[in-house]
Design a protein around this ligand. Structure first.
Ligand code: GTP
Ligand code: SPV
Ligand code: MN
Length: 647
């Protein structure tokens, strides 16, 4: 192991020493050796960020990440040596990580936005009501949270300095970040999920700004690490954002959105605050290219809450003949007007961090084809032939293999009562490996968006698809979204929760202001001669009286998209309903499904259900944003209520 060469106090100051000594000092920061990369390459701003972080976290050594394949190979070998990952010899360069069972998902309750005043970060709820649209932290408490966790937290560890870009490096829509982390797993994952390394460092050499991301898996106050292969500090985990400083600080967790700071923390929370300032949208949306049988191509963006079908829709295999689906992104969209007022989207990410269970050659063959090389799996089960397994892969494994569950225990198909893979287990795979990746997925100017979809898990009452009557009605639909909870966050049990715009865990500023920003986009578009895309709501998850899904979903969702694209072309294929426009009788193609699908039930709009829904939305607004709800949204709700009462 490389040695620490001297301490700060023993080193001559950088300006007062001989050239020879300066060369020696060049490879150290505050007496800590740089084992990879060289300091001369860091801009003054990056250097200052690294210095501050070193002084606080006291790592053993510093590694400036270059993003090369060689570096990745070395880091993966290090992780294997530490027992964090194991190789999956059945595939090419694939790895399995088993986390501490206390660190398996995002932690919404420990995620905070820091602003001077609370109403900048969150809507102020009604007296006596707990706010559910994010958590605010004061600058003083933010500082205390950092100071009580970070000093010395990287002792004995390597500090990695990770330069990364959200979006193609040359795109005017992209933004850069530096993540400082003590997790090699995070570095290897960031190499998949972002454009990372030398090229970004060179871009930042002109001393331009970047988002500061500081991450440590932490060291428990007791000093005792329960699972050395996956160090973390679940009791003190905290995810902090300070939009005014473009700063993210994350402590205690190595998992997903908690630690890969480019994703939810940067691209959504900090991103949404930048988007508000600059007049664009940073959203929890997939981006899908659809070519119809006539060869006409359009792109849609869709916001569904975590684990509600974005990756699946983004990679779907169309069941209707003549359609071609191509994937631009599966989780996040940054959308901006071009000079003609056309809304264009880029996927700021470079990989997929996808839900494993339920993914199979039947449901999502394109995802399966993506993950068999250069992929890091986390918390899935493994097989004795060097492969992986999760719920949904029953038909894809050799019946003779032995299975080891995500906890490392023997597991038997049909016998074991617990799931083999954790319900929030994930694959982390390069987007470029997706067989249907869109030829334009890295276009600097982004792809034109023709429709925006909202959706969620609604077991009852919500039809398969409906269209908003107007932009404001569409924004209202987004604000009123609800969905059944999933394993993607720490919620226990299944509940229908409000999840406006699928962004509840990801707003970087007051949701009331976010609504105003969305409403204002229509005027912004008109100003540059464009117009906003149509908005739709979809629900693949409605169930019958026996709890069975009414809709086959997955590839069959093509049928819904076909109707949506006809509406984008203003085809007269709809009928009005109290909640919005639904397909006219016979307008949606059910051919080949007839008999197996209850069309009437799929599109029924039960009056009592919608009266209750209206009341739930009203109560939600009254409780959660009594002062911040835009008037036009309140008006949309009143209009909906009137229409439902008249049903
Ligand atoms: P995040 O990555 O957490 O943001 O999730 P996501 O929105 O990308 O969800 P994903 O596509 O990974 O789907 C989550 C789960 O929903 C998987 O188990 C899928 O099999 C299931 N699912 C996706 N699409 C459909 C569908 O059309 N019908 C049904 N019944 N299930 C679906
Ligand atoms: C989500 O929960 O929406 C995800 C996974 O996409 S994570 O990156 O962990 O946020
Ligand atoms: Mn997501």
């Amino acid at each position: 192991m490389p040695q620490v060469i001297g301490k700060l106090s023993q080193l001559p100051s950088a300006n007062g020493c001989s050239p020879k000594l300066r060369a020696f000092a060049k490879d150290q920061i505050r007496g800590i050796t740089v084992i990879n990369g060289n300091l001369g390459q860091l801009s003054a701003k990056i250097r200052a960020f690294v210095e501050e972080s070193v002084a606080m976290c006291l790592p053993e050594r510093i590694h400036i990440v270059d993003g090369s394949e060689e570096e990745s190979t070395t880091l993966l070998a290090t992780l294997q040596h530490l027992g964090t990952i194991e190789p999956l010899p059945k595939y090419e360069n694939c790895w399995l990580a088993r986390t501490n069972p206390a660190d398996v998902a995002r932690v919404e309750s420990k995620t905070f936005i820091c602003t001077k005043h609370p109403e900048q970060a969150i809507p102020i709820p009604k007296d006596g009501v707990k706010g559910t649209l994010g958590n605010w932290i004061s600058p003083e408490d933010y500082e205390r949270a950092v100071q009580s966790r970070f000093p010395g937290c990287m002792k004995g560890r390597t500090m990695y300095v990770v330069p990364f870009s959200m979006g193609p490096i040359a795109s005017p829509l992209s933004k850069f970040g530096i993540e400082i982390t003590d997790s090699a797993y995070v570095v290897c994952s960031m190499r998949i999920m972002t454009r990372m390394g030398q090229e970004v460092l060179e871009k930042l050499a002109d001393n331009s700004d970047f988002i500061k991301c500081l991450h440590s898996v932490g060291t428990p106050a007791s000093g005792k690490i329960n699972m050395p292969s996956w160090p973390c500090d679940p009791e003190r985990t905290i995810i902090l954002h300070k939009p005014a400083n473009n700063e993210i600080v994350s402590y205690g967790s190595g998992y997903g959105g908690n630690s890969l700071l480019g994703k939810k923390c940067f691209a959504l929370r900090i991103g949404s605050t930048i988007a508000q300032r600059e007049g664009w949208l940073a959203e929890h949306m997939l981006i899908l290219g659809i070519t119809d049988p006539n060869g006409v191509k359009k792109y849609i963006a869709a916001a569904f809450p975590s684990a509600c079908g974005k990756t699946n829709l983004a990679m779907m295999n169309p069941t209707l003949p003549g359609y071609l689906m191509e994937c631009v992104g599966d989780d996040i969209a940054w959308m901006k007007f071009d000079s003609n007022g056309q809304l264009r989207a880029i996927n700021p990410e470079n990989g997929f961090f996808g839900v494993a269970p339920g993914t199979s050659s039947q449901t999502n063959p394109n995802a399966m084809k993506t993950v068999y090389k250069n992929t890091i799996f986390t918390n899935v089960a493994s097989t004795s032939d060097g492969g992986i397994f999760w719920e949904g892969m029953e038909n894809e494994i050799d019946p003779d293999v032995e299975i080891t569950d995500w906890l490392g225990q023997p597991w038997k198909l049909g016998e074991s009562k617990t799931p083999a893979a954790h319900p929030n287990s994930r694959f982390c795979a390069p987007a470029s490996q997706c067989p249907i990746i869109d030829p334009s997925w890295e276009d600097n100017e982004g792809v034109p968006i023709s429709a925006i979809l909202f959706g969620g898990r609604r077991p009852e009452g919500v039809p398969l698809v409906y269209e908003a009557n107007s932009w404001a009605h569409g924004v209202f639909i987004g604000s009123a979204m609800r969905s059944e909870t999933t394993a993607a966050a720490e919620h226990k049990g299944k509940m229908i929760l409000h999840d406006p715009f699928a962004m509840r865990p990801f707003f970087g500023y007051n949701f009331g202001d976010y609504l105003k920003h969305w409403l204002g986009m229509e005027k912004l578009a008109a100003k540059v001669g464009g117009h906003m895309p149509k908005i739709f709501h979809v629900n693949w998850f409605r169930k019958d009286a026996n709890g069975k899904f009414l809709w086959p979903g997955f590839g069959e969702n093509t049928r819904v998209l076909e109707w949506i694209l006809q509406r984008v072309d203003e085809k007269d294929c709809y009928q009005e309903s109290a909640i919005g426009r639904i397909p006219a009788p016979g307008a949606m193609n059910f051919e080949g499904l007839r008999g197996s699908v209850d069309e009437k039930e799929l599109f029924s709009i039960p009056k009592q259900f919608w009266l209750d829904e209206v009341e739930a939305i009203e109560q939600y607004y009254n409780n959660q944003l009594p002062q911040d709800l835009p008037l036009s949204i309140a008006q949309e709700l009143a209009d909906l209520k009137r229409r439902v009462m008249q049903m």
